[in-house]
Design a protein around this ligand. Structure first.
Ligand code: UDX
Length: 457
């Protein structure tokens, strides 16, 4: 099939490359010439495992092209995926200007029937706005071309996006019951047929339910994390071990084991933004989402938990103190620093006068860029951060090590070397990577999240 993807960001690029891998002829459009140049020269603007191979293979096969030519992009695809950014507005609502601009471009240039797919995460009701924008542009041209807007939200995890796309646990597609909507259904069914060979993975529904499904999924997952984080903070006080509790409750199939990991808060491009956008939608309908508001508050608090533990141990004034930080990206296998907990911890440490040596397996460059912006008002604070070449190099003479991201590379270090390199053998572990008893046996003072009952000084 001939497919157009509008937006070669994280979602668009993965979607385009994977649809090409299935044998489709994919045209990816982006307004950013420099990004298109990188892609046309064989580069990948983001870090996503496996994506470079898929892109290279399909470019070589002539099934995947990148361009800034809007008219050609509209002419190319029978199915037009809108996968542009929806950054949060100041009030937390999703900014739809790029989505609606893409819709207008389609209306301006289309000839013949088009299926327009909202792939970006967009608030309930956006498909109607996209339809109206396309219809408006068609009317300006005096055209009456048929089209239908469907909602097909993505459920891609950063760091596992290619795998998630190629082996989806579900495909959600919302379409309407008009003649055009049923024609769109038929085309989408054909496009996704390779995923449904062994058993049907597609959930067909109305457009608004599909839009709502995406927000509900992310809100539910964020809720689980904040709930576990709140329990972990209490576990620290009552003398329970949150890891034992996690196993104890996860074995109930109604609860399940995944997404129950207490830690120093969730970050990324989806959870914080989608939780806020859903709250905002609710307010538009005069409803206050009490639970979701708490989820956000708990997460804001949780990003400060490591900093609080450091202060409790070393005092308010950290001048003269030096800390090592392992893990900067908001999660492993990505260089994404959006809403990363590391930024909150590093901010707290340097503002209290400490110096910090940081290390991340892939996010170093992005971290440097983002931290520079975080401290744009006070460059002196940025100067307190040094960027280490490897995890051991970050440890030299540090008063303690703080772990913020659960990279595999941090899971089994040589603890004797860690202990020898640190000035004090103290670890603040924001992702509960190690066993407190093992740490105690080695002689490391260990501060996890919700595990203080097992922590020996
Ligand atoms: C998420 C959803 O999982 C995905 O389906 C959606 O399409 C986009 O948002 P992503 O943001 O890439 O994906 O990351 P995810 O792996 O879900 O983790 C999000 C954050 O939650 C990370 O900061 C992670 O460290 C944290 N987390 C996750 C926890 O603190 N505890 C957990 O148990 C799981």
């Amino acid at each position: 099939m001939k497919i157009t993807i509008i937006g070669t960001g994280y979602v668009g690029l993965v979607t385009g490359a994977c649809l090409a891998e299935l044998g489709n002829d994919v045209f990816c459009l982006d307004v950013d010439q420099s990004k298109v140049d990188i892609l046309n020269n064989g580069g990948i603007p983001i870090h996503e495992p496996g994506l470079d191979d898929v892109v290279a293979r399909n470019r070589a096969a002539g099934r995947l092209q990148f361009s800034t030519d809007v008219a050609a992009s509209v002419a190319h695809g029978d199915v037009q995926f809108i996968a542009v950014g929806t950054p949060p507005d100041e009030d937390g609502s999703a900014d739809l200007q790029y989505v609606l601009a893409a819709a207008r471009n389609i209306g301006r240039h289309m000839d013949g029937f088009k299926v327009v797919v909202d792939k970006s995460t967009v608030p309930v009701g956006t498909a109607d706005k996209v339809s109206a924008a396309i219809a408006d542009e068609l009317a300006k041209r005096g055209k009456n071309e048929g089209f239908s807007v469907v909602s097909n939200p993505e459920f891609l995890k950063e760091g596992a996006a290619v795998e998630d796309f190629m082996r989806p646990d579900r495909i959600v597609i919302g379409h309407d019951q008009t003649t055009e909507g049923l024609r769109a259904h038929a085309l989408m069914k054909k496009l996704y047929a390779p995923f449904n060979r062994n058993h049907e993975r597609t959930y067909w529904m109305d457009v608004r339910s599909a839009e709502f499904t995406k927000y509900s999924a992310n809100a539910m997952l964020a809720t689980r994390i904040s709930f576990m984080n709140e329990l972990a903070n209490l576990a620290d006080k009552v003398g329970a071990d949150i890891e034992a509790v996690r196993h104890g409750i996860g074995s109930d199939p109604r609860i399940g084991h995944s997404f129950l990991y207490a830690g120093c808060g969730y970050g990324g491009s989806c959870f914080p933004k989608d939780v806020q956008a859903l709250e905002r939608t609710a307010r538009d309908y005069d409803q206050d989402l009490l639970i979701l508001r708490a989820v956000e508050q708990v997460n804001d608090f949780q990003k400060h938990v490591l900093g609080k533990k450091v202060v409790k141990r070393f005092g308010d004034d950290l001048s003269g103190k030096h800390f090592a930080v392992w893990g900067l990206a908001f999660k492993p296998n990505t260089d994404d620093m959006r809403e990363a907990s590391s930024r909150v911890l590093i901010g707290e440490l340097v503002r209290r006068g400490a110096t910090v040596a940081v290390y991340d397996p892939v996010a170093m460059k992005e971290a440097e860029r983002v931290l520079k912006l975080d401290f744009a008002d006070d460059a002196k604070l940025f100067d307190r951060i040094s960027f280490a070449a490897n995890p051991m190099a970050a440890l030299g003479d540090a008063d303690a090590l703080a772990i913020v991201t659960e990279w595999k590379a941090f899971r089994s270090p040589d603890f004797d070397r860690v202990k020898a390199a640190l000035k004090n053998p103290v670890i603040f572990d924001g992702r509960n990577l190690f066993e407190p008893q093992v740490m105690a046996d080695i002689g490391i003072e260990y501060h996890g999240i919700g595990r203080s009952i097992l922590t020996r000084g």
